[in-house]
Design a protein around this ligand. Structure first.
Ligand code: NAP
Length: 273
């Protein structure tokens, strides 16, 4: 079975739209972009479209690449204080003269809809209520949408980045799964993946997970996004896996659309209805 991420995203968006129906003020996202990075530009176009489709406001602040760190920090501060802004996104990467860490620290944790602020990361780690990063949250949302009981399941997460692998492992543990996190130094990776009920890929290498590394009972969630010959592909060898494994998310059309949709849920976390 191929898991339809677009359908799951559609349902989330329609729920969000319903939740804010009749609200006097509408939730608003403020995104900040320095320079003209084409992938950031296309992300922001998509963000505007997503916000518009559910009735959210979306403000995009475009600043030149030469903007100083101080100027950026004071713009963030202004948006922190702006009651109409419910979520702040700063597009990465930033120019080399600006510290990404400082910028993330400057965002008010309750408006940190990316969930990258150390306060949110710490709360997540401790099992407290936190703004959760969108990509791991999308994976959990997909598994929930499939009504998959995670208690006692063996789940292998390949990748240990701060934005995907690590927070995802914590979220899965909170759902009582038995989690194994693999990375570039893991020995005999196939031994781990073959004995897993669910394999989650966050590697950034096209065709990384091959048929011989899984079984017919494996569920594969592919977070990877790679460009090959101008086409977007995941980390799974999708063609050989799609008719073999129990379930798999495609790329595009799997985790990506759900990631965009769950961002809207983060905007609503602290919205006063
Ligand atoms: P990252 O920071 O580059 O991390 C990649 C991880 O893969 C690292 O932990 C690395 O191990 C591990 N790895 C690399 N080669 C490996 C190998 N041969 N065997 C096992 N593990 C290996 O990447 P990321 O930011 O987490 O992103 C991962 C992928 O997800 C990328 O394709 C990215 O574009 C995509 N992504 C998608 C979304 C979405 O919404 N769909 C969002 C974010 C990211 P080490 O730690 O040992 O180096």
């Amino acid at each position: 079975m191929i898991i339809d991420g677009r359908e799951i995203a559609k349902k989330i968006k329609s729920d969000v739209k319903q939740r804010i129906e009749g609200c006097e003020s509408k939730p608003k996202v403020t995104a900040i972009l320095l320079g003209d990075n084409p992938s950031s530009e296309s992300y922001l176009k998509m963000l505007e479209k997503t916000c518009e489709s559910v009735g959210f406001g979306c403000e995009i602040c475009r600043l030149p690449n030469t903007t100083s760190e101080m100027q950026l920090l004071s713009l963030i501060d202004e948006k922190n204080k702006d009651e109409k802004t419910n979520g702040i996104l700063v597009q990465m990467p930033l120019p080399a003269h600006i510290s990404e860490e400082q910028v993330i620290m400057q965002i008010d944790p309750i408006k940190d809809i990316d969930g990258f602020h150390p306060m949110n990361a710490g709360r997540l780690f401790k099992g407290e209520k936190a703004m959760r990063p969108c990509t791991p949250l999308a994976v959990i949302t997909i598994l929930d949408a499939l009504d998959m009981e995670l208690t006692g399941k063996n789940i292998v997460v390949i990748g240990r980045s701060n934005i995907v692998g690590k927070p995802l492992a914590i979220m899965l543990m909170q759902k009582n799964a038995t989690v194994t996190v693999c990375h570039s130094r893991t020995k005999n990776l196939a031994k781990h993946t073959k004995s897993a009920d669910i394999v989650i890929l966050a590697v950034g290498k096209p065709g990384f997970l091959k048929q011989e590394m899984v079984t017919e009972e494996t569920v594969v969630i592919d977070v990877g996004t790679n460009e090959v010959d101008g086409k977007l592909v995941g980390d799974a060898d999708f063609e050989s896996l799609k008719d073999y494994v129990k379930m798999i998310t495609p790329v595009p059309g799997g985790v990506g659309p759900v990631t965009n949709a769950v961002l809207l849920l983060n905007v609503l976390e602290h919205f006063k209805f």
